[in-house]
Design a protein around this ligand. Structure first.
Ligand SMILES: NC(=O)c1ccc[n+]([C@@H]2O[C@H](COP(=O)([O-])OP(=O)(O)OC[C@H]3O[C@@H](n4cnc5c(N)ncnc54)[C@H](OP(=O)(O)O)[C@@H]3O)[C@@H](O)[C@H]2O)c1
Length: 231
């Protein structure tokens, strides 16, 4: 059985998650940071895509200023071709970390070097990381709940595959405009029939924004064996 998958991101009113050129900007508020760090602390792993690592260089730690007893939650980078930069904070070896690549993607200098610091590199999937296989492997290792923190390419891939159980979006009261990164990207839907319908479970006005909590419509997410079973 795969773990429960929670996607969390911070966006603008128009659903953008960064500036048009991909640079980060402050979209979370203090209360939202606290919520995210508590959420991180309650999960068995935090997952991001490699382009988020390249753009933002996140440390993906649970920070003590937000959480009383921070845990060292496993960090996971989805990196098909081994593009994670050598000096990336996620490769510092101070917290359990896994880089998942596609077959043949783990041979880069940066990943060879990361191995020497105890970082696990796992190859799975042709061309791109096989998300279902990775989640199932995490489930076998005892993970019950994982947090996906973007970016939009990864989020769309997971939504499209029916592998998301909760989508949390903190929407700050600003408009960014342009064609920059958004909550879900990738190729997107090709017709109304391939969009991902969600139910709104909760709405909370929080400081300078609104927190939306969505779940996939019944039967639209796949957990364990058998497609389209829902959970
Ligand atoms: N506000 C927020 O909450 C937030 C959070 C995170 C990121 N961001 C922003 O989002 C931007 C980065 O997002 P992004 O969409 O460009 O990139 P991303 O989702 O972080 O990473 C995408 C990459 O993941 C790799 N990948 C591995 N397995 C995959 C699979 N099965 N399916 C799809 N991709 C897979 C792909 O590498 P290959 O192409 O090599 O296959 C792909 O290019 C940055 O500007 C960042 O600031 C904002």
């Amino acid at each position: 059985l795969r773990p429960e998958v929670i996607v969390n991101c911070a966006a603008s009113i128009d659903g953008k998650t960064a500036l048009p050129d991909g640079r980060a900007l402050s979209l979370s508020t203090k209360m939202d940071f606290r919520r995210v760090h508590e959420l991180r602390n309650s999960c068995d792993a935090i997952i991001v895509g490699v382009r988020t690592v390249i753009a933002d260089d996140p440390s993906l730690r649970v920070k003590p200023e937000f959480v009383k007893a921070p845990r060292k939650v496993l960090r996971i980078v989805l990196d098909s071709k081994g593009m994670t930069p050598k000096g990336a904070r996620v490769l510092d070896g101070t917290i359990p970390t896994l880089v998942a690549t596609a077959i043949g993607g783990s041979r880069t200098e940066a990943l060879k070097d990361a191995r020497t610091r105890g970082i696990e590199i796992m190859e799975m999937g042709e061309g791109r990381v096989d998300l279902k296989a990775l989640l199932e492997e995490l489930g076998r290792r005892g993970s019950r709940k994982v947090l996906v923190e973007g970016g939009g390419t990864i989020v769309w891939a997971l939504l499209e595959a029916g592998l998301v159980d909760h989508l949390m979006v903190f929407q700050r009261n600003i408009v960014i405009g342009g064609k920059g990164p958004s909550v879900a990207a990738g190729d997107g839907a090709s017709s109304e029939g391939t969009t991902v319908p969600m139910d709104l479970l909760g709405v909370e006005k929080m400081e300078d924004g609104v927190l939306f909590h969505y779940v996939p419509k019944a039967g639209k997410n796949v957990r364990g064996k058998g497609e389209g079973k829902g959970n």
